[in-house]
Design a protein around this ligand. Structure first.
Ligand SMILES: Cc1ncc(COP(=O)(O)O)c(C=O)c1O
Length: 429
């Protein structure tokens, strides 16, 4: 990434609606304990990271200004969540997704993953089955198993021709019938494959859950990143009111690039379930909000709309260029259709190389940190996930290094195969 500086443009006036944001200039995060860029164990100095799903972009200046103002007050005691936090969130959902949130259904949490964990602990018993659909965000595995529930897998179906993914609803019904799970975790948009589940798919899923008395917990953390031709369907819009309830988890973390601050929204329409989850949150001592998170989130929902539109547009353009670069440089590789989230999921099975060899080439020859497909489940073999939320020049350079290393690696693999054939023939002949 060269000699990037943390450029401090905070002294400049706030940007008006028409001004452009600078997403192009790289910001060095290596010295900030960034999980994406640094580590105690791995020397990542010489590597470029396109891995962990946060963005290498400065947040909206309104967020920084609000935080600065708050820290000028030198007391950081306990605070309650102001009403405005719910109002601003509801306005955002209505404006961006036409989603009419019932304010009463909102519960605050420090994060989406702990929201899933607390929902599991509240709405099921030890040993109960919880369904997940790999390839999926890695903590989905641990949050079930580490809370003493039984992990049940309903792998997504893959159409290699189109590089597209769908839910296996027939397999799911079979699983429901055989194992009688209590809960199911949904990811919408689905990290890492980028699917934005359509209303008809979700309706079918919800009907199945209702028939087999399965409560859905939907992780919708990426739901503000929905790209051209697609739209986000909140569970609330398709679930039957007579159903067994659901938990929908939303968050400003990805939207405004503030995951380190820790604040998420759980929507739990059923009053009894909501109270039970709220009691569990209290029992775990997690009810007190992070005051800087609440300050930042209010500023974000109030003033961050233009920044968000701009960053989303930038990422969509990044994706177009990414797809073109890959299809020109590695015509045999397949990139899954880009519907939602800011990650790209790439299928490298046609390289003829094994997964471990691919991982080695990417890390040691391309010098890239990507997310390894196998960490999303067994059907992530031969896949790697790119995070597209980087300055375009960093992404382009990373993809160029990726293409160069894989081209050499594939050629070497081909040579090795033909050499093996010669040796084989000699031995046998
Ligand atoms: C699908 C998904 N859920 C949850 C999270 C993390 O959310 P939180 O930090 O609020 O627990 C991520 C982060 O990458 C994610 O991709």
């Amino acid at each position: 990434m060269g000699k990037a500086q943390y450029f401090c443009h905070r002294t400049k006036p706030m940007k008006s609606e028409k001004q452009k944001y600078d997403f192009d200039t790289p910001i060095d995060r290596r010295k900030t304990n960034s999980v994406k860029w640094g580590s105690r164990t791995v020397n990542r100095e010489s590597l470029t990271s396109l891995s962990v799903a946060d963005m290498d972009f400065a947040v909206d200046e309104h967020i920084v200004a609000a935080l600065k103002k708050r820290i000028e007050h030198p007391i950081f005691g306990y605070e309650f969540m102001p009403d405005s936090l719910s109002d601003l969130f509801c306005e955002w959902q209505l404006r961006h997704h036409g989603f009419n949130v019932d304010k009463e259904s909102i519960l605050y949490l420090p994060g989406v993953v702990n929201g899933i964990a607390i929902s599991i602990l509240t709405l099921s018993e030890p040993g109960d089955g919880v369904v997940i659909q790999p390839p999926v965000y890695p903590p989905f595995f641990g949050v079930v198993e580490n809370n003493d529930r039984t992990l049940l897998l309903n792998p997504l179906l893959y159409n290699a021709e189109l590089a597209s993914w769908s839910m296996d609803l027939t397999g799911l019904e079979e699983l429901f019938l055989q194992n009688r799970p209590r809960l199911m975790l949904l990811c919408n948009p689905h990290n890492p494959v980028g699917r934005v589940w359509r209303g008809d798919e979700l309706k079918e899923l919800c009907d199945l859950c209702q028939r087999y008395d399965v409560v859905l917990i939907s992780d919708d953390i990426h739901s503000d990143f929905i790209f051209s031709g697609h739209s986000y369907t909140p569970l609330a819009n398709v679930v039957s009111p007579e159903g067994q309830g659901f938990v929908q988890l939303l968050s400003p973390a990805k939207t405004f690039n503030i995951p380190g601050l820790g604040l998420a929204y759980a929507l739990i329409p059923d009053a009894e379930q909501r109270k039970a989850v709220q009691d569990k949150v209290g029992a775990m001592g997690l009810a007190a909000p992070n005051i800087l998170a609440s300050t930042a989130v209010q500023a974000a929902y109030k003033h961050g709309g233009h920044w968000f539109d701009s960053v989303k547009h930038y990422i969509e353009k990044n994706h177009q260029e990414f797809r073109e670069q890959i299809s020109t440089g590695l015509p045999w590789a397949r990139v899954s259709p880009f519907e939602g989230s800011f990650v790209a999921w790439v299928d490298l099975r046609e390289s003829g190389l094994g997964h471990a060899e691919l991982a080695h080439i990417i890390r040691h020859e391309a010098k890239l940190m990507l997310f390894d497909g196998l960490s999303f489940g067994d059907n992530g073999e031969f896949f790697f996930r790119f995070n597209l939320a980087s300055p375009r020049s960093v992404l382009q350079q990373g993809v160029e290094d990726f293409i160069r290393a894989l081209t050499v690696g594939k050629e070497r693999g081909r040579f090795k195969i033909s050499l093996d054939n010669v040796i084989e023939r000699k031995c046998c002949g």
